[in-house]
Ligand binder design. Structure first.
Ligand code: SF4
Ligand code: SF4
Length: 305
């Protein structure tokens, strides 16, 4: 199959981003993630398949969606719409009949060429700002062949490329992507593997090994990103271990970005009618974030919030 024809599932393309790499960028969000972070703020991205999103607020209870479903997944109970998620396959038949726009499908099949045509529209902005394209998710390692194909086309068209990854995949999957990557934004959620497993469902050994190879063997510039989750990883000990790892293993690390937890993902979980994994916490206090940032700097690692 030609590179242009490689197909993947994309759940969003955001233009004019200034937070995910240098300059003005277009962020391409692919679906699917092998981790299950308890604080995930994009729960609609976890499954690799297209998914139905339903918002209770605008729904007027008209029932127009019920007979449209070929899988008999929707029923009305006392004016309330209930979708049986075990039956729903995300076909989207119920979306167009909804007069209140309460239903939508997240995730769209696209070829690598489709993505290129979307992102290249902003080439003028990239050229004037030093920006480019950032592939993110979900998790890019859920669709490594597709992500590599998109980045290859971007490089062939002279675009700067960045990836945002949790690094939880095989080295071979990551390596094929790195061949077309100018900058890696790499999430490190905890330096202690047991704690990492508690928070994400998986240990961190493979993640840290891939990160060290990305920097040490492939020489790719890297920005380490740390989602700061109160009560999970916001400790001085974790920052000390991180600084030591960066100094020993990451010769190309440019800086650490601390990303304080926020609550924006909660509403999305409701739209997916998903049982929450009971993760409730307040965003970290600004002074605590600043204290950890200053500590990393004291330890010789540039850190920003
Ligand atoms: S997306 Fe398809 S399967 Fe799911 S509820 Fe709507 S019509 Fe039924
Ligand atoms: S068609 Fe839309 S507004 Fe009507 S019951 Fe279904 S989700 Fe609610």
């Amino acid at each position: 199959m030609k590179t242009e024809e490689k197909e993947g599932i994309v759940f969003d393309i955001q233009h004019y981003s200034i937070h995910d790499g240098p300059g003005i960028r277009t962020n391409v969000f692919v679906k699917g993630c092998p981790l299950r972070c308890r604080w995930c703020q994009n729960p609609e991205s976890q499954s690799v398949k297209p998914q139905l999103m339903y918002r209770l607020e605008p729904c007027v209870g008209c029932g127009a969606c019920v007979p449209r479903c070929p899988r008999q997944a929707i029923r009305l109970e006392e004016g309330k719409v209930i979708t049986d998620r075990t039956r729903c396959n995300g076909c989207g038949a119920c979306v167009s009949v909804c007069p209140a726009e309460a239903r939508e499908i997240t995730g769209e099949p696209m070829t690598a060429q489709d993505v290129l045509e979307k992102v290249i529209q902003d080439k003028l902005f990239y050229d004037t700002s030093g920006g480019g394209v950032t592939m993110t998710g979900g998790e890019i390692l859920a669709q490594p062949d597709f992500v590599a194909a998109v980045l290859k086309l971007c490089k062939e068209n002279g675009l700067h490329t960045a990836i945002e990854t949790c690094g939880y995949g095989s080295w071979e999957e990551l390596d094929q992507i790195l061949d077309y990557t100018d900058l890696a934004l790499y999430d490190v959620k905890h330096m202690d593997s047991e704690k990492h497993k508690e928070g994400t469902g998986a240990g961190n050994e493979r993640i840290l090994e891939n990160l060290a190879r990305l920097s040490g063997e492939k020489n790719i510039p890297v920005i380490v990103r740390v989602p700061l989750i109160p009560g999970f990883n916001d400790t001085e000990e974790n920052m000390r271990q991180m600084a030591a790892f960066i100094k020993e293993k990451l010769p190309t690390c440019q800086e650490v970005n601390l990303l304080p937890y926020h609550k924006l993902g909660e509403g999305k979980k409701e739209q997916l009618e998903r049982e929450n994994a009971a993760f409730i916490c307040e965003p970290p206090a600004q002074e605590d974030v600043e204290r950890l940032r200053a500590l990393l700097c004291e330890l010789g690692v540039k850190a920003t919030v």
